[in-house]
Design a protein around this ligand. Structure first.
Ligand code: GLA
Length: 349
């Protein structure tokens, strides 16, 4: 079946924003738009055979421009924070756009989440979206070309395959900022979602900045231990400075010290719908964000969103790793190719 295409709206400079639909034989359906290569909806059948949209988003393009949460967007070329919006590479210091305290967050105000991607390939079960990011855009060196292929297969797996190249050495830390709510996007709090995380370590942050200190801390015996499943809400209000610093969970968890083999790192489950999400990646870590900065606002189909009504599992190199000794560096060398895959698998129990 060919990929369905429809007009979603217009960009601020009058370009067509398209919505592409991937659908498998179970009726699972993923909609993606070319603004920010954003995942706009994921419809999946729950245990009562009712289709639920399990990701947050908006009904209009304008809402995506105005929103501050990065719902569903591809984040690049550098996801998460870079301390003081500065880094050095090959003896040269680069100053980046500042958009989060003194730091650079998700590449700056004009990151790839705000760009119009081009549909460069399509086939029954997949689309590829590509974008060019020019030299010194948001302060990053080199003319950077990035593509993402979204694949929806018959195992109800949504695969995000990233590739990137650059004509100079640069930072490349691509992720996706989907907010999941396995009860359905309109169902409110995610605090009762059960979560298992494979991580035995996380990277503690500095007070108020959400920048890692550089340490690897064991999760054992702390609120960060999800190696036995527990609800997201169980310990979120605990008297733990690391939670207070960032208003809940907004931390990088360690999968492996370097980019390596594909690993299953998370499983989330909503007992009411029976929907289960498993996540896999070959990257070193992921940011588990419990939606602490979310504000009351209208989401898709009149849904009322509030603080902590979605959670993110953003696969990545560790935040600020370009400046941090002891963290694998997200450096893409001129002339080589970056490639990485993240998978979100949906099942029902
Ligand atoms: C990431 C960050 C959070 C927050 C969100 C966007 O997940 O780690 O601190 O900035 O993006 O709201």
């Amino acid at each position: 079946m060919a990929v369905r295409k429809e007009l979603f709206g217009k960009s601020r400079d009058g370009k067509e924003i398209m919505l592409y639909t991937l659908r498998n034989s179970m009726g699972t359906e993923v909609k993606i738009m070319n603004l920010g290569a954003t995942i706009v909806s994921v419809l999946f059948q729950d245990k009562n055979e009712c289709f639920r949209d399990v990701v947050l988003g908006y009904d209009t393009v304008e809402d995506y421009y105005n929103g501050g949460c990065y719902y569903g967007a591809l984040i690049g070329r550098s996801g998460n924070r870079i301390d003081k919006a500065k880094f050095s590479l090959n003896g040269k210091t680069y100053s980046l756009a500042v958009n989060d305290n003194e730091n650079n967050l998700h590449s700056g105000p004009n990151g790839l989440d705000k760009r119009i991607f081009e549909l460069t390939k399509e086939c029954d079960d997949r689309i590829t979206l590509t974008v060019q990011d020019k030299d010194l855009e948001q302060g990053y060196p080199g003319n950077f070309c990035c593509s993402v292929t979204y694949i929806l297969n018959e195992e109800n797996e949504l695969k995000l395959h990233y590739e990137a190249e650059c004509d100079q050495d640069t930072v490349c830390n691509l992720t996706n900022h989907t907010y999941f709510n396995l009860g359905g996007q309109e169902s409110g709090s995610i605090l009762n979602t059960q979560l298992w995380l494979a991580a035995k370590e996380y990277t503690p942050v500095i007070d108020g900045q959400a920048i890692p200190t550089g340490e690897y801390a064991p999760v054992a015996g702390t609120v960060f231990d999800f190696t036995q499943p527990k609800t997201i809400g169980r310990d979120i209000e605990a008297d733990e400075p690391q939670l207070k610093y960032v208003g809940g969970y907004d931390h990088n968890f360690v999968i492996q010290r370097e980019q390596g083999i594909d690993q299953r790192f998370a499983e989330a489950y909503n007992p009411e719908t029976g929907i289960c999400l498993e996540a896999f990646t070959d990257l070193p870590g992921f940011q588990f964000y419990s939606g602490n900065f979310m504000k009351d606002e209208k989401g898709k189909k009149g849904a009322q969103y509030t603080k902590r009504c979605g959670f993110c599992l953003e696969t990545q190199f560790y935040p600020n790793s370009i400046n941090q000794e002891g963290f694998a560096k997200p450096i893409l060398k001129a002339g080589s190719k970056f490639a990485s895959t993240t998978t979100y698998r949906f099942t029902v129990r």
